[in-house]
Design a protein around this ligand. Sequence first.
Ligand SMILES: [Fe+2]
Length: 201
Amino acid sequence: MAVQTEVLKAGSSAPPGTLEPTALCHFVLRTLPENFEKMVNWYVDFTGGRLSYYSSSIAMIAYDEEHHRIGIVPRKDAVPRPTDGRPIVGLGHVAFGYENLDALATLYEQKRNAGLQPVWSINHGPTTSIYWRDPDGNEVETQVDNFDTVAETIEFMEGPEFRENPIGVEFDPEDFVKRVRRGGEQHAIKKRANIGPRTTK
Ligand SMILES: [Fe+2]
């Protein structure tokens, strides 16, 4: 199956009538048995969640109305992540969304106070995002939408600023928290600075 256009571009889509899922329900991570408990605890704590199922072969974590959003599976035959920092083929990261900048600031403070340090804090343009790593090195993004509507987000993504810089502009999370706590205007804090082209992380 392929999109209808010969040359892929934003807006390319599947053939009309192709069934769409109704939700992105959960993700499952494999881990080595020695990291199983550490990974389970990390995701329960990170999401403020609970174990809806737990056995020696799988843990399921819920944090909202769904019965589980995250699964952790210990596999002794799993291939460990390379230790030299090279990216692996497959899932890049998962992103959890938060209500507003106050919530993202609170999340940052809670994680920092729990001893976690973010690996990347960046205003992508469409989102204000803080990235973390779980005990296995998987990246987890925590984000707030910068625009009030999807239409405005798409408009930004189709515009010249995003074409010039589709990655974003980094920020210091401590400065971010101070700005938010000072009660700055939310749209002003969310607005991405214009720093010109950049192409790499
Ligand atoms: Fe993302």
